[in-house]
Unconditional design. Sequence first.
Length: 416
Amino acid sequence: MKKKSAVLLILSVLVIGILAYIGAYGLTVGDYRVKSFNEMLTKGLDLQGGVSVVEQIQGKADSAAIEKTITLINLRINKLGVSENNVQKEGSNKIRIEVPGKFDKDEVINLIGKTGKLTFKDPSGNVILTGSDVKDASAYIAQDTQKPTINLALKPSGTKKFAAATQKFLGQKITIYMDDQKLTDPTVDSVITNGQAIITGSASLEEAKNRADIIKSGALPVKLKVVQSQVVGASLGADAFPKSVFAGGVAMAIIFLFMLLVYRVPGLMAVIALVLFTILVLFAFVAIKATLTLSGIAGLILTIGMAVDANVLIFERFKEELRIGKSVRSAFEAGFHRAMSSIVDSNVTTIIAGVVLYALGSGTVKGFALTLVIGTLISMFTAIVVSKHLISWAINIGLINKASHFGVNLRGDNNA
């Protein structure tokens, strides 16, 4: 038991240390590069500057029309070469568009509001059909192949032209473009004379639906009016990001020092768990492709404090158990058990608040709420699972074997 605990503790510390190093500086192995968090994280408008535009929908529009509008705006903004753009509904009748890294406000506004042009082109780039030849487009999962499929219906004007094109280019690709951006390039595998075409190749049903919506309605389905627009300077983001990171580093250093001074060896185990917590939160941000903003950094720092709070609850329970004469091992088991309900209750209420903020808020509020919820969930894991195992292994190998290791001064220390 002692040897196994020692191996597990050492391995855990090494793995966490390696992950922390890679996350901070990245790693190059031969021709392969593991990027650092700074390279992988998508930074928001307030961290790298750019253009922010709020468009108000004129007249009434249902949710389907609004979602189609957001899809089309995303497609148009992507033409600027910006992959971190943020297009989302705000309130009941507004759409917020954020384009980091671009500073020409008029270019962005003109691109959003222009009329889209849908074209079908042959292998040589000649236009075969336009959006005016399309009657309808819909997406579904084909029963025979179980793959996402787009059903394309053409008007009489397009049926004849498409029949000639599919006969001429049998076995070749016909590419569908929205403006100058390629939507899909299916291969013609049969001559289509009835004006009904099947397009496969979409990665998911959602992607197929988006493509079908764009094919069906090249122009924006609602009329938009700019009600707010601003340019956030690159210098603001360049100044804000390092200061935010520095502030976060100082906050973590103070928290780590507090845990070490007050709770001694168990505090060291909690510090190791907090390092893992920070790594996991940043990994979660990368995995879900979340955009990191100043408010998100604030949420991250707040959740670090909350993760510490869980450890403080546990360790204070430890102290109470030690003071009534229990051994270190008994105090450890009882302390975790007694602190569990308080930890779960406090974290669940925080998650509820975060979900409400995310659902009802907008812009920076959403960024803060998302970080808060993700951080709270991960903090429960690191406090309840990781810290517990680290301390248990430390007790097993004798690294923690008396009350003074918890910062408790008794006349006679109780051995485990």
